[in-house]
Design a protein around this ligand. Structure first.
Ligand code: PAF
Length: 282
């Protein structure tokens, strides 16, 4: 296991891999690793000759400075978690300066409008920050395959567009959402939830599962009203948005079409901590 903190040293090391024509799998993360991340690493580890994991809390994708400040930074335990399960992985944990070279700005990307839906509406600039860092990391690592969790489904679609629009030669692999025993989608932010909030947060997935059942017989707007009513009953949860959207355009579903695939997306606040989740409906 090698941990690189500078991109120059990493690329010098990787040049050997690139020339060997072996497959390089990449798992970009912001650290505070949980079993969801470990499942992505596992996938990469099984399907590639080498795996590289980046750990970098990317400042340009935070639209809320308090969220950035409070984001857990746990490099030592992250390295420990990876080493105890996987042999021969490479970890890349650069500094903000090394990545942004004094200009901590994001580039604006056009993702055919999917950047303006849901998370894009509620976190202005977020996807520009994600696109900027993911492109930079892809250019440094030059992976064959990169692994992203479906909890951030909109991010996954954004990354696929980024690759397509910039002709990047990397395959993007979406991986199933990994859940805690009570159904809560795994997220680094869960670390900040109290035991009580964590128990309340189980309601998110219960509601999503119910929306999947309802989708067979009810319209998107009937389901949305039901979700709003159910969540109002919980004293700790504040709904930011619930939306049933077409998985390609991420536009809200006005009338169901048999030709399209839909997902239900949700964002809530519990104890001032923002959690997102989603479920496939058909
Ligand atoms: O999903 C994340 O952890 C981040 O958005 C990513 C993809 C590592 C970019 O900073």
């Amino acid at each position: 296991m090698i941990v690189f903190k500078e991109k120059a040293l990493l690329t010098e090391h990787l040049s050997v891999f690139w020339s060997q024509k072996k497959t390089l799998g990449f798992v970009p993360t912001m650290g505070a690793l949980h079993n969801g991340h470990l499942s992505l690493i596992e996938k990469s580890y099984t399907h590639n000759d080498y795996t590289i994991i980046s750990i970098f809390v990317n400042p340009t994708q935070f639209n809320n400075s308090e969220d950035l400040e409070k984001y857990p930074r746990t490099l030592d335990s992250d390295v420990e978690k990876i080493t105890s399960k996987f042999k021969n992985c490479i970890i890349f944990a650069p500094s903000v300066d090394d990545i942004y070279e004094g200009k901590t700005n994001s580039t604006h990307y056009d993702y055919d409008g999917i950047e303006n839906e849901m998370e894009g509406k509620h976190r202005p600039g977020h996807f520009d920050g994600v696109g900027t860092i993911v492109k930079k990391l892809f250019e440094i690592v030059k992976p064959n395959n990169a692994y992203f969790g479906e909890k951030d489904f909109q991010q996954l679609q954004i990354v696929k567009k980024l690759v397509q629009k910039n002709n990047l030669s990397v395959s993007i692999i979406g991986c199933d959402i990994y859940r805690e025993e009570n159904g809560l989608a795994m997220s680094s932010r869960n670390e900040r939830l109290s035991v009580l909030s964590r128990n309340h947060a189980a309601l998110i997935y219960k509601i999503l599962k119910q929306t999947k059942i309802m989708f067979g017989t009810k319209s998107a707007s009937e389901i949305t009203k039901w979700v709003e009513k159910e969540l109002k009953k919980d004293s700790l949860i504040t709904l930011e948005y619930f939306e049933i959207a077409d998985i390609e355009t991420l536009k809200g579903c006005l009338r169901k079409s048999k030709q399209k695939k839909y997902r239900a997306f949700i964002a809530v606040f519990i104890d001032n901590i923002r959690l997102i989740d989603n479920i496939s409906l058909n």
